[in-house]
Design a protein around this ligand. Structure first.
Ligand SMILES: NC(=O)c1ccc[n+]([C@@H]2O[C@H](COP(=O)([O-])OP(=O)(O)OC[C@H]3O[C@@H](n4cnc5c(N)ncnc54)[C@H](OP(=O)(O)O)[C@@H]3O)[C@@H](O)[C@H]2O)c1
Length: 169
């Protein structure tokens, strides 16, 4: 199974200045517990946005960058979207594969994901980069929605969207 996992604000914004919009301990914990031991796939900017630009621990990190000279330690480096998808297909045979950003990667992989785990934050984070509005997307259906909960001083909701028209890699 391939799953995109992310949080967004009221406007489907997901980031600014190559960083996240909010500090969300509860959601961060959900992300960690959900992805631990699995494969996480990301674009170069997302890797560079992590503390010390280091890959996520106890997970297989797959990173797509355009420049073939950009090769990072402790990750699987690929340099074309085709190779990125090939690797995802390989990993998907034995594992759940998580797409963890950023905006360009979420967009390009959207047709291939089974589900999106989307944490919705009831606030405007002043984003510069955006996810796709799944409520207006013909292929995606909301299948789970939690009650609102407080994460620090922000109200969040955990939701799951199903891709009703998944494209096979
Ligand atoms: N809210 C959340 O849950 C969440 C999660 C993750 C990330 N984010 C945010 O998202 C933002 C980063 O997103 P982003 O879109 O700027 O970056 P990104 O998707 O992380 O990375 C883009 C990188 O991937 C490369 N790339 C993308 N498509 C490619 C392709 N088809 N072939 C080859 N290389 C390709 C790009 O190369 P080129 O630039 O050379 O094309 C660029 O180096 C940050 O603000 C981050 O904090 C938010």
């Amino acid at each position: 199974m391939i799953v995109s996992i992310l949080n967004c604000d009221k406007k489907y914004g997901i980031g600014k200045r190559n960083g996240l919009l909010f500090s969300l301990p509860l959601d961060m914990n959900f992300f960690r517990e959900t992805t631990l031991g699995h494969v996480v796939c990301m674009g170069e900017n997302t890797l560079l946005s992590f503390p010390n630009q280091k890959p996520l621990k106890d997970r297989t990190n797959l990173v797509l960058s355009q420049d073939p000279t950009h090769n990072y330690e402790g990750v699987i480096n690929v340099h074309t979207f085709e190779d990125f998808l090939k690797k995802i297909k390989e990993y998907e045979k034995n594992d759940t594969v998580f797409i963890i950003g950023g905006a360009s990667i979420y967009r390009q992989t959207l047709p291939y994901v089974d589900k999106v785990y989307l944490t919705k934050v009831n606030a405007d984070g002043g984003a510069e980069v955006f996810f796709i509005n799944l409520d207006e997307h013909p292929d995606f259906k909301l299948i789970e929605e939690s009650e609102p909960v407080m994460d620090g001083d922000l109200e969040i909701k955990f939701t799951v969207y199903q891709n009703m028209n998944k494209k096979e890699i």
